[in-house]
Design a binder for this molecule. Structure first.
Ligand code: ZN
Ligand code: ZN
Length: 286
């Protein structure tokens, strides 16, 4: 028997207060679409896509920790600009700790903070007191970060480059989970087997007409996601599913088109699901 539908709120808790604010959740750039970035409380950033550009300099300067899912540009492009923006405001404060897989950090060192594409902010304003410090992490690792001592776990992802997702301890027993960019990923469902998941943010980059492209590039289309989700259902009947990383579509006119196609996602995926919205806020215990 299919699980009973879980009602999804049209509006979650308004932005502000302890929790996670969606700064960007699109799979590409367009008017009204920002790429992946999530602000946990006011001092931890998950991914550094163009959504970071919604923050003021003061808000950016308050960020002490950045967790990256992988090295692709739509998830890291704002990191070098953030470092530049807060250089003066953070003078005298510890470096912003940037956590990622060793392979991801190596890409940043070699191809981004190389004094050619961008200055090396891991050695600026001085090698002794830089604005950024790179910290390797590993799948399965547990971290406690931020002024509110948030518990965070590193989850496996299956993408075209080394990648991870993150789980953040939520209200009561429910965890907030961000899969990052991933295609079919049995290891993720295994990792979530004993974790009560309240909110699950999954990617749905392509349509079923692009299933081959999705498979080659390590992304999901509805058919592959539906198959993957079947593994989670027995453990996650109360899980709220949020869809993200849609590619912006041609607007066909003056107004910006929403990135998410107008589809009955719950019917298509066989479980309650709704598109994630920029500006959405997930409240967490203080
Ligand atoms: Zn990617
Ligand atoms: Zn991406």
């Amino acid at each position: 028997m299919p699980p009973a539908p879980v009602p999804l709120p049209a509006e979650d808790v308004p932005a502000g207060g302890p929790g996670i604010l969606v700064l960007g959740c699109a799979g590409g750039l367009a008017a009204g679409c920002h790429t992946s970035a999530f602000l946990l409380d006011d001092d931890v950033l998950l991914d550094a896509g163009s959504g970071v550009g919604r923050l003021t300099v003061d808000q950016m300067a308050a960020i002490d920790h950045v967790l990256l899912s992988h090295a692709h540009l739509d998830h890291v492009l704002a990191l070098p600009l953030l470092a530049d923006a807060v250089l003066g405001a953070r003078r005298g404060r510890p470096p912003i700790q940037v956590y990622a897989l060793p392979a991801t950090l190596e890409v940043l060192r070699t191809h981004l903070f190389n004094h050619q594409l961008w200055p090396d902010f891991t050695r600026l304003p001085s090698a002794q007191a830089p604005v950024l410090a790179l910290q390797p992490l590993a799948v399965g690792q547990a971290l406690t970060l931020g002024a509110r001592q948030r518990r965070i776990r590193v989850l496996p992802a299956a993408h075209s480059v080394p990648a991870v997702g993150y789980a953040v301890a939520g209200t009561g027993p429910g965890w907030w989970v961000y899969t990052g960019d991933t295609g079919p990923n049995p290891a993720l469902w295994q990792a979530l087997r004993h974790l009560p998941v309240r909110d699950l943010l999954v990617e749905l980059t392509f349509g079923d007409d692009e299933a081959d492209l999705a498979r080659l590039s390590g992304h999901h289309c509805p058919a592959s996601l539906r198959q993957d989700l079947a593994a989670l259902r027995p453990q996650g009947a109360d899980t709220r599913l949020w869809l993200s990383h849609f590619k912006p579509r041609p607007a066909g006119g003056a107004a910006a088109a929403p990135a998410c196609p107008p589809v009955d996602w719950s019917a298509l995926l066989g479980c309650p699901a709704a598109p994630l919205r920029e500006g959405q806020h997930f409240a967490l215990e203080a």
